[in-house]
Design a protein around this ligand. Structure first.
Ligand SMILES: *[C@@H]1O[C@H](CO)[C@@H](O)[C@H](O)[C@H]1NC(C)=O
Ligand SMILES: *[C@@H]1O[C@H](CO)[C@@H](O)[C@H](O)[C@H]1NC(C)=O
Ligand SMILES: *[C@@H]1O[C@H](CO)[C@@H](O)[C@H](O)[C@H]1NC(C)=O
Ligand SMILES: *[C@@H]1O[C@H](CO)[C@@H](O)[C@H](O)[C@H]1NC(C)=O
Ligand SMILES: *[C@@H]1O[C@H](CO)[C@@H](O)[C@H](O)[C@H]1NC(C)=O
Ligand SMILES: *[C@@H]1O[C@H](CO)[C@@H](O)[C@H](O)[C@H]1NC(C)=O
Ligand SMILES: *[C@@H]1O[C@H](CO)[C@@H](O)[C@H](O)[C@H]1NC(C)=O
Length: 772
């Protein structure tokens, strides 16, 4: 293989002589992810890896003219600088480069773009101690679909011994599967089976960024717990008698209990990097997964620099459905990540279940509140004392052998929990109406959280008794609580930063208090007088938990409709979702004072897997539709190429009007001066009939105050299955100046069997990105 220095590199480095003392160690080196123009790969190279090695070795030679090294040393050094070669998700590589080497590389005509390798965060729980409901009891995964489908998860690894991976009811591994169960620390390939069919780990980027780091568990084994939890949420086999120390007890199983799963570990104790995450998605695509679940994201990067957006474009082209988490930065608007048009973006909501503890007063009155205390409280009739805001630490220590009652009036709940914990009080009752109680529920000490009405009962009892006493009892689970579901406050909100013209998030799924499997050696929680306690199941909250629910449902749809594109599956999930709760009112938003949730928090609705199997109509989209959108975003040719990987992108038909099952219109007056000036936006959509042979749909529009919404035509007549029909949606009104106004309504197409609903948002947000 030729090691010639490409001529284009020769001229650019006159400045190097005084800079390079040794080419072996450059303290300023960084990891970069570099996109290259594959169409321009010189013919002598047989594959991308050899081309990239040759490029790196040329960089070494020109940026280090003082040092003479032989060919053998040069090869060795080049290999050590090349961290990854990417061939599926992008054409390019990850390498450890000095600033000079990077500058030299940028002068190459085959160079497209580069981003620095950065740490990436999983959308773990909004609190590591947060907890969750069981996603699997009740009406949900009653079917046994998903048996030929493979779900890949990019996460913290897997605990293969979990009972949720038993494979007695699982079909044989599909012959198309090319994945592997990699050997590593405490991980023998024999740990995989017909359920867990792949387990790989990626930490070359982490190590290149942190050369001195030692990896204690150098394998796909999960020593965090997150990956085991998400994987079993998506596709765990049924486990009877599951519970979290008696809470949420029942039979646990994932959304697609018969699907195969493969783990790609990228989250390490020392962190997670973009380069490893891209390598993991690259492998998952090559291995042959059908569905990917990514409970991680990148805040505020443009699409062409967002590694998840780039890697998932390739997945979409290979017909792989990608579920991503919206993030846990709510309830503020414009906080979501993964607002990428070719993936589904998932918000988190509650279930209709609560965990309770009882406080029994000495007079026999029982007062119930929320609790998740996992321990036992055996002492009967303990003195109980009211300590108002519990902010005086010394006073708390004096009453630590009593049940202490604290009242939160000013959002001081977190500080109160902290004080009680430090004072080592044996039991506590918190009176609070905070919407974020689930964040604090998992205390190390015995605790019950009461609403102000029940709190008053306790206060009155203490006031009226000379020797007030009470007992505490835990571990009751209440089903069918109302109203439910609701969007939880931590769930990140739209619109998308990277592409505001596509309404995001797409869907809400269960994310709060979710029960799923947990590694036996990772503490499930801590107790005051017992330290770590262990459990095979744990309760967690976050969009990390809602994302694998949607991956599991998509798996069922892929099994039922193998020919559907990822966009078709997404459309089915969105248009069939629920917008009403179990009291028949609009689903509420905990983070917005329990008001009806706007689509910027809820997406199209709350997922309804049974209805998604038969959506009636779908809004489909293919690669070229997304390219048309990228062209309309005015990205440079190179930016578009970084996403699509093809050197020719047809931009003859740019359009921000993607064929998507939702609508968002920006009506801000700030850009265009005139408040009250008329604004009119028209959307074009094409729907495909995937229901009955011949049918007619009629439009129903929920009005939006201050705007006139019209659909043309008002009836869609289909003569046969798979027929496509086009319609227009027109929004007319006047520009508004009121800041951050969000108004919404729905367009619903109805035939005798189907209800196909799309949310419509009209907002004054995002003036910068508003198209004229
Ligand atoms: C990539 O290379 C091809 C073939 O040399 C060339 O036609 C194309 O313009 C290049 N694309 C970019 C964005 O540089
Ligand atoms: C890594 O270890 C070497 C040798 O022990 C030491 O000189 C260097 O400072 C360490 N680097 C970092 C970033 O800690
Ligand atoms: C609580 O009591 C039960 C029954 O006696 C026991 O099995 C369990 O281990 C105890 N839990 C803790 C956390 O001590
Ligand atoms: C809440 O804050 C207000 C003003 O900061 C203060 O007057 C009041 O005492 C506080 N209430 C409690 C219970 O701490
Ligand atoms: C793209 O550029 C055109 C022409 O300058 C402009 O009209 C349009 O608003 C731009 N689109 C976006 C999304 O910025
Ligand atoms: C680009 O797409 C348009 C349709 O939008 C098509 O007419 C044209 O032939 C395409 N151009 C190339 C070079 O493929
Ligand atoms: C501003 O609004 C006026 C009146 O509706 C319209 O004619 C004009 O095209 C708008 N200009 C821009 C830049 O949005």
């Amino acid at each position: 293989m030729a090691m010639d220095i490409p001529r284009y590199l020769l001229f650019s480095f006159i400045i190097t002589t005084h800079l390079v003392s040794s080419i072996l160690v450059d303290q300023n080196s960084n990891n970069y992810i570099i996109h290259m123009n594959l169409s321009a790969m010189p013919t002598p190279f047989s594959n991308q890896q050899s081309w990239y090695l040759s490029i790196i070795s040329s960089l070494l030679q020109i940026t280090s003219d003082q040092v003479t090294i032989n060919n053998h040393q040069l090869n060795h050094l080049s290999s050590s600088k090349l961290v990854y070669t990417y061939t599926n998700v992008m054409n390019g590589f990850c390498a450890n480069l000095s600033p000079l080497e990077l500058e030299a590389l940028k002068t190459s005509p085959e160079y497209i773009s580069s981003i620095k390798d950065l740490p990436i965060k999983l959308d773990t729980t909004h609190s590591p101690q947060s907890i969750g409901l069981n996603p699997v009891s009740g009406a949900w995964p009653t079917t046994q679909y998903g048996k030929n489908v493979i779900i890949g998860l990019i996460d913290s690894g897997i605990w293969p011994e979990s009972e949720s991976f038993k494979d007695d009811e699982i079909s044989d591994i599909p012959s198309r599967w090319k994945g592997q169960c990699e050997k590593g620390t405490q991980f023998d390939p024999s740990l995989c089976n017909k359920k867990l069919i792949g387990a790989r780990f990626f930490n070359k980027g982490l190590l290149a960024n942190n050369p001195n780091m030692t990896i204690s568990m150098n394998s796909a084994r999960d020593i965090d717990g997150h990956g085991t939890h998400t994987t079993t949420t998506a596709a765990g086999s049924q486990v009877k008698g599951a519970s979290y120390f008696g809470y949420a007890s029942g039979s646990a199983m994932g959304m697609a209990p018969h699907a195969h799963v493969s783990m790609y570990k990228v989250l390490w104790e020392g962190g997670a990097y973009v380069s490893d995450t891209i390598a993991a998605i690259d492998s998952a695509i090559a291995d042959g997964v059908d569905v990917l679940s990514l409970s991680l994201g990148f805040d505020e990067a443009p699409l062409y620099e967002d590694p998840i957006a780039i890697a998932t474009f390739a997945a979409m082209e290979k017909n792989i459905f990608v579920s991503t988490s919206a993030g846990n930065r709510g309830p503020v608007l414009e906080t979501l990540h993964n607002g990428t048009p070719w993936v589904i973006t998932v918000s988190a909501g509650t279930l209709d279940r609560e965990f309770h503890g009882d406080l029994t007063l000495a007079d026999g009155t029982i007062v119930t509140g929320m609790s998740l205390y996992p321990g036992n409280f055996s002492t009967d009739k303990v003195p109980i004392v009211f300590m108002s805001s519990c902010d005086n630490f010394n006073e708390l220590i004096e009453v630590k052998n009593k049940i202490v009652v604290c009242e939160d009036n000013n959002g001081t709940l977190g500080a109160q929990v902290d004080n009680i914990d430090r004072a080592r009080v044996i039991g506590c009752v918190f009176i609070s109406n905070s919407y974020d109680i689930t964040y604090f529920l998992q205390t190390k000490f015995a605790s019950i959280f009461l609403n102000p009405v029940n709190g008053k009962l306790i206060k009155d009892y203490i006031k009226c008794n000379s020797n007030p006493k009470a007992s505490m009892k835990f571990k009751s689970t209440v089903l069918g609580t109302k109203p439910a579901p609701m969007v939880d406050s931590y769930s990140s909100r739209g619109p998308s930063h990277s592409c505001p013209f596509v309404l995001k998030p797409d869907i809400t799924a269960p994310g709060t208090l979710i029960l799923a499997s947990w590694p036996q050696t990772v503490p499930a929680t801590e107790l005051q007088f017992q330290n770590n306690v262990f459990s095979n199941f744990n309760l967690l909250s976050g969009t990390s938990m809602s994302c694998p629910h949607v991956a599991g449902v998509a798996t069922l749809l892929r099994e039922a409709h193998p020919s559907w594109s990822p966009a078709a599956i997404r459309s089915a999930i969105m248009t069939t979702s629920d917008i009403l709760d179990n009291t028949n009112e609009l689903i509420k938003d905990i983070g917005n004072d329990y008001k009806p949730s706007s689509p910027l928090a809820l997406g199209a609705g709350y997922i309804n897997p049974n209805r998604a199997l038969d959506p009636g109509l779908i809004y489909d989209a293919q690669k070229q539709d997304y390219v048309n959108l990228l062209c309309a975003l005015n990205f440079t040719r190179k930016n578009i190429m970084a996403i699509t990987r093809s050197f020719f992108n047809n931009c003859s038909n740019p359009s921000l009007d993607l064929n998507y099952p939702s609508f968002i219109s920006f009506v801000n007056a700030a850009n265009n001066g005139t408040v009250g000036s008329k604004v009119k936006q028209e959307f074009h959509r094409t729907v495909t009939n995937v229901g009955e042979e011949a049918t007619t749909y009629v439009a129903k529009i929920t009005p939006i105050e201050g705007f006139h919404v019209n659909v043309i035509p008002k009836k869609l007549v289909f003569k046969e299955r798979n027929e496509k029909v086009t319609y227009k949606l027109r929004i007319e009104g006047r520009r508004i100046l009121e800041k951050n106004k969000v108004a919404f309504g729905y367009l619903t197409w109805i035939d005798s069997k189907h209800i196909v609903r799309s949310p419509i948002v009209v907002t004054s947000l995002n003036s910068d990105l508003t198209p004229p």
